[in-house]
Ligand binder design. Structure first.
Ligand SMILES: *[C@@H]1O[C@H](CO)[C@@H](O)[C@H](O)[C@H]1NC(C)=O
Ligand SMILES: *[C@@H]1O[C@H](CO)[C@@H](O)[C@H](O)[C@H]1NC(C)=O
Ligand SMILES: *[C@@H]1O[C@H](CO)[C@@H](O)[C@H](O)[C@H]1NC(C)=O
Ligand SMILES: *[C@@H]1O[C@H](CO)[C@@H](O)[C@H](O)[C@H]1NC(C)=O
Ligand SMILES: *[C@@H]1O[C@H](CO)[C@@H](O)[C@H](O)[C@H]1NC(C)=O
Length: 242
């Protein structure tokens, strides 16, 4: 009886440590399945790679969308996706990505949509997203706590950014640097406690009021009197906090 229970516990421990290794040790990472889509064709070509560094070599100019879903990909290496000239949409979701190397998407000139939702990113460093032509960037359901200054500057085509359901505690306009004119800014379900002075003047179009700002499900208790500096009456109603 006692012996059986003991074996049970040992097996459980072995299982836990083995899964721990598989998830975060890139040298022992399991194979990954990648879907490649051709324009106008809804059914992807699937291919299995030993690691993400092989993906780039397989992509041709016919591939407009690349999707990796629920695969053991802890790290997005610099040379996995750089220079994909024709890919418009790259989706890497629910893959357990902890780290994206700076320059990983560099030279992907046609990339309009970049979706990294549902991973384990904790830090958004400068050098990952800067200078991309992306319109729609989804970083929701990660573990983001830290965003480096100017992490999204410049991204001159950016219209939508989704950082909802992360662990962000301070919003800073410095992430965006200069003027951006976003359409949607999502920060729902974080731990943001206050909004600083002049928080959004570099991301909203103050004249035409086209920006929707979402900060519900945070813990905002302190809004600086000049948070909405420069906003006209027309956009003063915005969807600010609960
Ligand atoms: C993997 O992560 C787990 C939990 O964070 C940790 O306990 C374990 O030591 C890590 N393993 C390796 C090989 O880094
Ligand atoms: C990853 O696993 C391999 C083989 O089990 C081991 O030799 C290596 O030290 C591990 N790397 C890290 C960073 O833990
Ligand atoms: C990636 O896989 C290829 C084989 O497809 C192998 O030659 C290469 O060493 C692997 N790279 C890493 C970083 O594990
Ligand atoms: C980002 O992804 C989440 C999760 O799938 C989705 O609910 C959300 O609508 C996406 N955000 C945008 C701005 O499209
Ligand atoms: C809010 O974020 C947490 C992680 O920070 C997540 O587990 C939870 O599902 C999110 N809630 C909703 C309603 O999306």
């Amino acid at each position: 009886m006692l012996k059986a229970a003991f074996i049970h516990i040992v097996l459980l421990l072995v299982f836990i440590s083995a899964s721990g290794l598989g998830n975060n040790n890139t040298t022992t990472a399991a194979a990954i399945d990648v879907c490649f889509y051709v324009e106008g064709d809804a059914s992807p070509v699937r291919k299995t790679f030993a690691n993400s560094t092989g993906v780039r070599k397989f992509i041709t100019e016919r591939h407009v969308k690349v999707e990796i879903h629920d695969q053991p990909l802890t790290k997005v290496h610099k040379y996995s996706f750089t220079g994909m000239r024709h890919v418009q949409e790259l989706i890497i979701w629910d893959c357990g990505v902890i780290d994206v190397e700076a320059g990983a998407f560099q030279g992907s000139l046609s990339l309009r949509k970049l979706d990294l939702r549902g991973n384990y990113l904790e830090r958004i460093s400068t050098g990952i997203f800067n200078h991309l032509n992306v319109i729609d960037l989804n970083l929701s359901y990660n573990k983001v706590k830290t965003i480096e200054t100017e992490a999204f500057n410049p991204m001159i085509f950016l219209k939508k950014i989704d950082l909802s359901s992360n662990l962000i505690s301070n919003y800073s306009p410095s992430w965006f640097g200069r003027k951006h004119f976003l359409r949607e800014l999502h920060f729902e379900n974080n731990s943001i406690g206050s909004l600083p002075e002049n928080a959004f003047s570099n991301v909203i179009d103050t004249e035409f009021a086209l920006t929707d700002i979402f900060f519900s499900f945070n813990t905002i208790s302190n809004i600086h009197p000049e948070t909405f500096k420069g906003w006209s009456r027309r956009n003063a109603y915005q969807k600010i906090p609960h």
